[in-house]
Design a protein around this ligand. Structure first.
Ligand code: ADP
Ligand code: MG
Length: 260
């Protein structure tokens, strides 16, 4: 469904070239949940922004259902770590705001759609709250509802739970699994939390230290839906060992490169 081939991205900064991504190959199948892990600065966010169409690549191709990505589009929903809600709008208005540009929807229809997605993320009854009246987790639920209004084929999430406390984070992970099962969309999920990646994913990619290349790809063969018991199994630990050892390897390579 998503096919990235030989994707390269270089930035020019202070007249110096920075290669953020080098020949990255990555695929996401229909209804697949794929996580992208890697050391800080390995290009995870850059890759997600390329897929979102918020940034243009320097080389290679990224196709969504066969069509080269040229810019942002409604077939992709994006959620970032910062909730980025408009503080002067109610929760439902923040969601409906994403529908602003759609022609032919009445105000009542927009409200109905917003209410539907707020219910999906567990915020029934909070439609008329302002962001400041909601916790971080609740605000991120609104951001997820907003990303879903066009029923995107692909949901792109960049460390969406990174700013939340541990318990809220666990709740959000389970919520996301539920949404993914109901909406039947594909997900590209950027995180630096290994447990989170294994818990949620069908497949995990690990990027190498700067510049980002695919260092490892791992299929997580555990039945879904999963619950906390699955995190205590030998199989889970096996995946964790594989990923952590690759991340450690990347860190020491990076250290060697800095010392050379
Ligand atoms: P990650 O999300 O894995 O931490 P990023 O994708 O944010 O990594 O960054 C990858 C590399 O690209 C880093 O070296 C970063 O400094 C560089 N980079 C990212 N965005 C820009 C930009 N707009 N201009 C210059 N360099 C950038
Ligand atoms: Mg990042």
């Amino acid at each position: 469904m998503l096919q990235a081939e030989e994707v390269t991205k270089t930035f020019i900064s202070n007249k110096k070239e920075i290669t953020a991504l080098e020949r990255v190959h990555l695929t996401i199948h229909q209804e697949e949940f794929v996580s992208l892990l890697g050391p800080s600065g390995s290009g995870k966010s850059t890759f997600l922004r390329l897929v979102a169409g918020l940034e243009s690549k320097s080389g290679g191709s990224i196709r969504l259902n066969g069509v080269e990505i040229e810019g942002a589009g409604r077939d992709r929903g994006v959620v970032f770590q910062q909730y980025s809600l408009l503080p002067w709008l109610h929760a439902w208005e923040n969601v409906a705001f994403a529908l602003k540009k759609t022609m032919g929807l009445s105000a009542a229809q927009k409200k109905e759609i917003a209410y539907h997605f707020l219910e999906l993320v567990g915020l029934k009854g909070f439609e008329n709250h302002y962001p400041v009246q909601m916790s971080g987790g609740m605000q991120q639920r609104v951001a997820i509802a907003r990303a879903l209004v066009y029923r995107p084929k692909l949901l792109l999430m960049d460390e969406p739970f990174g700013a939340l406390d541990a318990q809220t984070r666990r709740d959000m992970q389970d919520l996301l699994m539920k949404i993914w099962a109901e909406e039947k969309c594909s997900v590209l999920f950027v995180t630096h939390d290994v447990d989170e990646a294994i818990y949620l994913s069908d497949r995990v990619y690990v990027l190498s230290a700067h510049p980002g290349r695919i260092a490892k790809e791992l299929t997580i063969e555990m039945r879904k839906p999963r619950d906390w018991n699955d995190m205590l199994t030998e199989q889970f630990l096996h995946y964790k060992r594989e990923i952590v050892s690759e991340l450690e390897r990347q860190k020491s390579l990076q250290k060697q490169a800095l010392e050379a």
